[in-house]
Design a protein around this ligand. Structure first.
Ligand code: ADP
Length: 428
């Protein structure tokens, strides 16, 4: 059986900030179902209780390897007080800061993973590294002096966050050195070859793409994380202190609050949509202060129509996906996006911009509403189309059904990863 070790910074449900957490919490599970021998390695963050872990090895006096099963998958944790095991997953709330502390944390983590491999404490055929946090592992494995035979896959979950310090760029190291590069949707795989979306690495990516070494594999959803809940608009409105009105269309948002997510396409429309249509908004997210403040302000100004929670709240996120009528995702770019797929699962209609994985998963007027231009007016136009559909109960139910019928489970994509691993092993 082929052995694969995932190296990552997040894994749902034990350490999740965004979509990367969902993917590492579900893809390894799907792969082990189809006969891949899987393990995951993460930092032992402060929020992961030590008492639930089993000690496996001592790397040095301050650094210890632990393990535990998570969702049936073997997970290793590296504990180190100075670098890994104090503080939150990311030191900045946007998860997008290139702070020295963050950089040092993941350099330390990557070096420790490499040591575990070179000392033979961990053995694997494939290292599957994810985003800049593990880019250095790939580089170390590719060095001429390295005797290890493991092949490397490097997955780009978000090219915008590169782990840059001075001349160092750990995302670039992953891209340069991995045997194979993947990203999380077919459209994003094409977009990152352009200057507009390439974040300064498009030249390097084009080179690898021309050699057939860059592929887009669509992320899936692990539906066991998202049990169906019955709709009850009145109870939901009551709970959040909004005007109780079964006719009011509810727009939900669950998102990291960064410029990527197009939040500032939404905010100019809030007042008008409330005034004209009695719309209601539920915002859940955290990140950039300016965006947090804008959403807080909307709730303050329209307390009966807008509910805002700044923070991370798994429970509320489930309620928003399952109880809203529309789910907003007007992203400027979106490598894959899981929010729109989770919303569809609940029959909540996604409103998305035509980019990356949003373009690959939502069909305009069939399973959602899709707009092109990054302008509030373009978003407003598709919202109006959506409200037209909403008014007609038959057309609303038809669209909801189309949404619910979509199947974004991991099966197909997990097969594609498995094929890739086998290909790499054979090409050795
Ligand atoms: P990204 O990976 O860019 O953050 P995705 O749409 O791929 O965006 O995934 C976001 C995931 O994180 C979803 O599961 C979403 O529900 C979750 N999420 C984002 N922000 C919050 C929050 N504030 N509270 C709870 N869950 C959140």
């Amino acid at each position: 059986m082929i052995k694969v070790l995932f190296v990552a910074s997040e894994m749902a449900p034990i350490a999740k900030v965004g979509g990367l957490g969902d993917v590492i919490g579900s893809l390894p599970k799907a792969l082990s179902k189809i006969g891949v021998d899987i393990a995951v390695i993460l930092p032992r963050y402060e929020q992961i209780p030590l008492r639930e872990l089993k000690q496996v090895a001592k790397i040095d006096a301050q650094t210890i390897l632990y393990s535990k099963k998570v969702g049936g998958v073997k997970v290793f944790f590296i504990d180190n007080r100075k670098y890994l095991s104090r503080g939150p997953i990311y030191f900045d709330r946007t998860a997008f800061a290139d702070s020295k502390k963050e950089f040092d944390r993941f350099v330390f983590f990557s070096k420790a993973v490499f040591q575990l491999l070179s000392r033979g404490i961990l053995k694997t055929d494939i290292i599957h590294a994810n985003d800049w946090h593990s880019g250095l592992v790939v580089k170390l494995l590719q060095a001429d002096s390295c005797q290890l035979k493991a092949r490397t896959v490097f997955t780009i979950h978000n090219l915008a966050n590169q782990g840059k310090r001075g001349k160092d760029n750990l995302m670039a190291e992953g891209i340069k050195n991995a045997d194979m590069i993947t990203t999380v949707s077919p459209t994003y795989a094409k977009e990152i070859l352009t200057k507009e979306y390439g974040e300064g690495l498009d030249g390097r990516l084009r080179k690898r793409f021309k050699k057939g070494e860059l592929r887009g594999i669509l992320n899936g959803v692990d539906y066991t994380f998202w049990p169906i809940q019955k709709r009850n608009k009145i109870a939901f409105q009551k709970k959040l202190g909004l005007t109780v009105n079964s006719q009011a269309p509810i727009f939900g948002l669950v998102s990291r609050l960064t410029d990527q997510k197009g939040i500032n396409l939404i905010t100019p429309l809030i007042g008008g949509l409330i005034w004209r249509y009695g719309a209601q908004f539920i915002f859940l997210g955290q990140g950039k202060k300016q965006l947090e403040d804008a959403l807080r302000l909307a709730a303050k100004r329209y307390p009966k129509n807008v509910f805002t929670k700044i923070g991370f709240d798994e429970h509320l996120s489930h309620a928003i996906y399952s109880q809203s009528d529309f789910f907003l995702m007007p992203s400027r770019f979106e490598p894959c996006g899981l929010g729109q797929m989770i919303a569809m699962h609940y029959g909540t209609i996604p409103i998305v911009r035509a980019t990356g994985g949003l373009q690959d998963t939502v069909r305009h007027r069939m399973t959602g509403l899709v707009f092109e231009e990054t302008k509030p007016l373009a978003l407003a136009a598709v919202i109006r189309v959506g409200l037209g559909i909403y008014k007609n109960s038959e057309s609303l139910e038809r669209m909801r059904q189309h949404c619910r019928r979509q199947d974004f489970s991991w099966d197909k994509s997990a097969e594609q990863y498995k094929k890739l691993y086998l290909h790499l092993i054979r090409a050795k």
